[in-house]
Design a protein around this ligand. Structure first.
Ligand SMILES: Cc1cc2nc3c(=O)[nH]c(=O)nc-3n(C[C@H](O)[C@H](O)[C@H](O)COP(=O)(O)OP(=O)(O)OC[C@H]3O[C@@H](n4cnc5c(N)ncnc54)[C@H](O)[C@@H]3O)c2cc1C
Length: 426
């Protein structure tokens, strides 16, 4: 199939990957409508991609070695036991062949790799979306065509052959595709942050206590903290990234909390992070967390979302607009780019929109819902229903891990193109 005019709502990871897929597939026109005015690369912290998933996405032409990454090889699970020294007691050294990325570096690379023919309209939120079997329409902030404010208000909605919702977990496109699908709060949050790895010299023991290819997971009753290094925004620099799972802070709206962005925590709220770290972590890791500056620290509530369908008429959902998987599975960016691969494959083999859209839904719908379930299972096992860590050793940890991934597509995202019915317990 060739041709067609396509609008992509959202210009983040899924948006850039879908815009590239549509342009490569031969669309006549691709427009990306992103509400942020620009410089997304200043935001974001770390994310990981399992080595096997990277290989598939590189083969599909979506990722490449020119995107700066940091090699991770092992995950050390630790418990807060004074006999274990300043790092804590080692429960298990798990093989973990991952690439870590700075979200901003990855996003910028995907943006730069989007063909010049793709038109980016920044700085205006799409407010309404509708579609039927032949076309899809959207309107911008002023009731006129979607995109930058200032478009002619009386021009009416923009009409496209397809509107792709790559607009994240509070998606306006999803409202039109399946309004009944709502993100469900998992009942806990993560505190996140990143900072220059050279600051590790300030902690007793310094960087030498933490080999640079190790992912650390420190377990405590009611939560865990995951730490790893990522590339910095400038070539040659390295940052420390952490994800600190913890109960909902008393001052955050219960039931349906929203994120607290970097720089928005009050001094009192920010100090709660250091208190949590001192109460629950071995001294070395409490010292590392204390290095996180207030203006780089934020809170992200954990949500689950699995849209029952990904397409309706000429509307299609992508990335977090379709599924939100808990970060324990480290698959958020992977699944967004995989969605774009599946869309591109369906595009190449279909003769019409009527073939393409159901093919994409079939390929990614079941996988997406399965990944959400894996995330839930990992969250329960590691946070809300975690074992007594003081009783765990390597044998107990490996058995516990096997239970978590048994019968699923595995940790770090499902293999591309492999339906969950053919999955293995890895
Ligand atoms: C600035 C930023 C930083 C992030 N940093 C990290 C990180 O460090 N680590 C990590 O694991 N994940 C991070 N994420 C989330 C991560 O990108 C996603 O979980 C995953 O990669 C799937 O991406 P997505 O493109 O589907 O959704 P998202 O990344 O959430 O992107 C959705 C995009 O749609 C835009 N948008 C939303 N509504 C509208 C609208 N009505 N009109 C127009 N545009 C709209 C948003 O501004 C956003 O750019 C970040 C997301 C953003 C936007």
């Amino acid at each position: 199939m060739r041709g067609g005019e396509i609008a992509v709502v959202g210009g983040s990871i899924a948006g850039c990957a879908f815009a590239r897929a549509a342009a490569r597939g031969g669309a006549d026109r691709v427009v990306v409508l992103e509400r942020s005015p620009g410089r997304l690369e200043d935001r974001g912290v770390g994310l990981c991609v399992l080595a096997d998933r990277y290989t598939e996405l590189a083969r599909a032409g979506h990722l490449d070695d020119g995107i700066r990454w940091h090699r991770l090889t092992q995950r050390h699970w630790l418990a807060n036991d004074p006999d274990g020294g300043p790092r804590g007691r080692l429960l298990w050294a798990q093989e973990m062949p991952f690439r870590s990325y700075h979200w901003g570096v990855l996003w910028q690379a995907l943006r730069e790799r989007t063909p010049d023919t793709v038109e980016f309209r920044l700085g205006g939120a799409v407010t309404t979306v509708a579609g039927d079997g032949e076309h899809a329409w959207l309107t911008g902030p002023d009731g006129g065509p979607g995109g930058a404010p200032g478009g002619a208000p009386d021009a009416g909605p923009d009409r496209y052959d397809l509107v792709i919702g790559a607009d994240g977990y509070r998606s306006v496109v999803r409202e039109a595709v399946c309004p009944e699908a709502r993100p469900e709060y998992a009942g806990y949050v993560c505190w996140r942050g990143s900072f220059d790895a050279r600051l590790l010299a300030e902690v007793p023991g310094g960087a030498a206590l933490w080999p640079e290819h190790e992912v650390i997971t420190v377990c405590y009753p009611g939560g865990q903290v995951v730490l790893y290094r990522i590339p910095g925004l400038t070539p040659g620099s390295t940052q420390v990234n952490f994800v600190f799972y913890a109960p909902t802070p008393a001052w955050l709206r219960p039931g349906d909390p929203t994120s607290v962005p970097a720089g928005a925590l009050t001094t009192g709220q920010f100090e709660e992070l250091a208190e949590l770290a001192e109460r629950h972590l071995p001294p070395y890791w409490a010292g590392v967390i204390a290095l996180s500056p207030r203006d780089r620290t934020f809170i992200q509530p954990i949500y689950d979302l699995a849209a029952p369908r990904r397409t309706a008429g000429r509307l299609l959902l992508a990335g977090d607009a379709a599924t939100v998987v808990r970060p324990h599975n480290t698959s958020g960016a992977v699944k967004a780019v995989q969605d774009a691969c599946a869309f591109e494959d369906a595009w190449r083999t279909a003769d019409s929109w009527a073939e393409l859209l159901p093919a994409y839904d079939r390929e990614r719908g079941t996988v997406g819902r399965d990944m959400v379930e894996v995330g839930r299972r990992l969250g329960r096992a590691q946070v809300t229903d975690a074992p007594d860590w003081s009783a765990m050793d390597e044998a107990a940890m490996t058995a516990w891990w096997r239970q978590q991934v048994a019968g699923t597509g595995g940790f770090g995202g499902h293999a591309l193109g492999r339906p969950p019915t053919h999955r293995q317990a890895d």
